[in-house]
Write a new protein. Structure first.
Length: 135
């Protein structure tokens, strides 16, 4: 048996999944796309948060770190968005760890600017291209 070692370059690219606020069900999740660019332990890129069954979205810049199959990042600028009067886009700090058995990046997030907004993130490698505009 050989141990599979994941190199840093394997994490660069588009991932997609869900962001579930604590106290909510997976069916109530937001959709999250992440485009990671990893270089020597640092992470840069963008995320796209989407509200299910709507055309509402926010594209945010991210920065962070990568070490030992763990990505830590924070969203810090909303570059583009489409929202309604009821939409409040919250920037987050996230800590995701690669799960070898599932192939998912999984972890927790805490909002930087919205109180009581914490939850979980589950992402999988995606063949989709990252879109900074409406679908």
């Amino acid at each position: 048996l050989t141990n599979k070692v994941i190199s840093q370059t394997d994490f660069s690219g588009v991932w997609q999944g869900i962001m579930v606020k604590d106290g909510f069900k997976n069916e109530q999740a937001s959709i999250l796309f992440a485009d990671f660019k990893i270089n020597k332990g640092s992470v840069e890129g963008k995320t796209r948060d989407e509200i299910v069954d709507s055309d509402l979205y926010a594209v945010k810049k991210i920065k962070g770190t990568f070490k030992n199959n763990e990505i830590k990042f924070n969203q810090f600028v909303i570059e583009k968005k489409k929202n309604s009067s009821k939409t409040n886009w919250c920037n987050i700090d996230a800590d995701l760890i690669y799960n070898d058995s599932t192939g998912y990046l999984e972890g927790r997030y805490t909002s930087i600017d919205c109180k009581r907004n914490t939850g979980k993130i589950i992402l999988h490698r995606s063949k989709a291209s990252f879109s900074a505009t409406t679908q």
